[in-house]
Design a protein around this ligand. Structure first.
Ligand code: NAD
Length: 242
């Protein structure tokens, strides 16, 4: 029996990186998956993907409706879609600031709220939000992102406090430097950036999207029945050492 057989899962941002690896891992373990993304997928992933912007006004309603129609309910919500523009705060416009908060934080809140009734009806509702090590510390040039990820941590703990009575757990992960669409270009172009994060981890390497997917699946599994409001660092130990 596969670990997620019969489990109904929604993952946002599945065209690349952590979301792609997470949806594939759920699928491989027997889950029924629905995904969404702004950009088209390079290849057929073997599950339905809705083309949409998670920050759009109608996105939560559309997703909730499609989840109910296609999956007949929801057991696991993974809020993964995110953006990370790099700019000093003094040069960040209101529009740039708002877009980061809308995609990385507001959409997470709105999706959780829209899918709450379906999660309540599940025997073991699970929410896993993707934060970042930027929910714990700051790097220059990532102010809007860092604020949004601190917000994801606070939102996840607040939801955990409110939804425990419904049997829903809400956790978040804090990935370190992971090789994905967000980081690939800069990592290839800038050896100092690549080496900084390589050296920051005692394991001496960058993470792969599958490293993060395995942590997300743990938090979504019955092994994590008594884990809620928790932030799981998946950073190769980067935050544990100075
Ligand atoms: P990625 O760019 O490879 O994947 C993100 C996916 O989300 C893309 O397919 C993109 O098209 C999609 N997306 C972006 N905005 C969207 C929107 N408005 N609506 C729908 N889809 C949207 O990047 P990734 O690193 O896999 O990012 C996934 C999550 O992991 C993000 O929340 C990111 O902040 C977080 N994270 C990444 C790292 C890292 O080092 N890569 C570290 C910490 C946290």
């Amino acid at each position: 029996m596969k670990r997620f057989a019969g489990c109904r899962v929604l993952v946002t941002g599945v065209a690349d990186g952590i979301g792609q690896a997470t949806a594939a891992a759920f699928l491989a373990e027997g889950a029924r998956v629905l995904g969404c993304d702004l950009q088209p997928l390079a290849a057929d992933p073997g599950y339905e993907v809705l083309p949409l912007d998670v920050a759009a006004a109608d996105a939560p309603g559309r997703l909730a409706q499609r989840v109910a129609e296609a999956l007949g309910g929801l057991d696991v919500l993974v809020n993964n879609a995110g953006i990370c523009p790099v700019a000093p705060l003094a040069e960040t416009t209101d529009e740039d600031w708002d877009r980061v908060q809308e995609v990385n934080l507001r959409a997470v809140f709105r999706l959780c709220r829209a899918l709450y009734p379906l999660l309540c009806a599940s025997a073991a509702g699970r929410v896993v939000n993707i934060a970042s090590v930027s929910a714990r510390f700051a790097n220059a040039g990532m102010g809007a992102y860092t604020a949004s990820k601190h917000g994801v941590a606070g939102l996840s703990k607040s939801l955990a406090a409110e939804w425990g009575a419904d049997g829903i757990t809400v956790n978040y992960v804090l990935p370190g430097a992971i090789v994905t669409g967000i980081t690939r270009e800069l990592r290839d172009a800038d050896p100092a950036f690549r080496e900084f994060w390589e050296n920051k981890s005692p394991l001496g390497r960058w993470g792969q999207p599958e490293d993060v997917a395995r942590g997300i699946l743990f938090l979504a599994s019955r092994d994590a029945d008594f884990v809620t409001g928790h932030g799981l660092a998946i950073d190769g130990g980067a935050m544990a050492v100075s």
